[in-house]
Ligand binder design. Structure first.
Ligand SMILES: [Zn+2]
Length: 277
């Protein structure tokens, strides 16, 4: 029998236990800044997307050192703010590289990503779905409207005067389907485009991570139309504020979503924040 004196404390402990097990069952998504996400699945897997962990807006300067297990690294396109620290992290953790074929090839041959961790099993193209077995998830590659060049100094030319941008396949977005968890759509860098209408034909997106900074991608107004077409339950704005040129703001995005009756779907995260989904 519980002594009544201890009952409130026992109930509190039970509530905390229930709360922590609910947290354990959730998929935890950490935003480092720019387009960089860490997704921890209920199966215990870890997936990074566009891991530029040294992004200046990331408050934690030891993020790479703190990474222990990483099962997969997904890269949306070849620009340096998306490849980021992928090669360093891949070598440190043994993570498998998921990328469009041409980019995966160049990341091995030009940037030195370990060959055995970057095979055709996870290097395909738009329309393909890859099993991310170790993380308890699948990923489908979807279209993005952008560029995907490796640009010096990210790739070091062999000869003086040889410093051309290197074509690296098509830019993409990813639909990550977590077992017993959410369907996550990372738009990559893109404008709003008609193919986004296809996404809701195949998937019920729980959370969309949408570029809103403008200049290189959708701005808040164009991203609000993307949300209407994709129809996610929640949307988190990313790819803004890292530099002044990425001027789109969450406040502008909220206002544009409100005009479409979708404002309640926006979840604002800060760089360095983790949320359960
Ligand atoms: Zn970018």
């Amino acid at each position: 029998m519980l002594n009544s004196k201890f009952l409130p404390r026992a109930l509190l402990a039970l509530a905390l236990l229930a709360g922590s097990s609910a947290w354990a069952q959730q998929t935890k998504i950490h935003w480092y800044g720019q387009a960089a996400l860490k997704i921890e699945t209920p199966a215990g897997g870890v997936i990074l997307v566009d891991p530029w962990l040294k992004v200046p807006t990331n408050p934690d300067k030891d993020s790479i050192a703190k990474l222990d297990r990483v099962d997969y690294i997904l890269i949306t396109h070849g620009h340096w703010d998306h490849i980021g620290d992928a090669v360093e992290i891949g070598k440190k953790t043994g993570a498998i590289l998921v990328a469009p074929y041409g980019l995966q090839f160049n990341m091995k041959s030009v940037l030195g990503y370990p060959e055995k961790q970057a095979t055709l099993a996870t290097g395909g193209n738009v329309g393909g779905t890859f099993n991310l077995e170790k993380a308890g998830a699948k990923v489908t590659v979807v279209n993005a409207v952008h560029g995907s060049e490796l640009v010096p100094p990210m790739h070091k030319p062999k000869h003086e005067g040889d410093a051309a941008a290197l074509a690296s396949g098509n830019p993409v977005g990813y639909l990550i389907q977590v077992n017993n968890g959410p369907v996550i759509y990372h738009t990559g860098d893109t404008d709003v485009h008609n193919d986004m209408r296809l996404i809701s034909q195949f998937y019920k997106v729980d959370v969309m991570f949408a570029a809103i900074g403008g200049h290189f991608t959708m701005d808040p107004v164009r991203a609000a139309l993307a949300v209407e077409w994709v129809n996610p339950k929640q949307v988190v704005p990313i790819h803004f504020g890292t530099y002044p040129i990425l001027a789109g703001s969450p406040a502008q995005f909220k206002a544009a979503l409100d005009e479409r009756g979708l404002g309640a779907r926006m979840v604002e995260m800060k760089p360095g924040e983790t949320r359960g989904f």
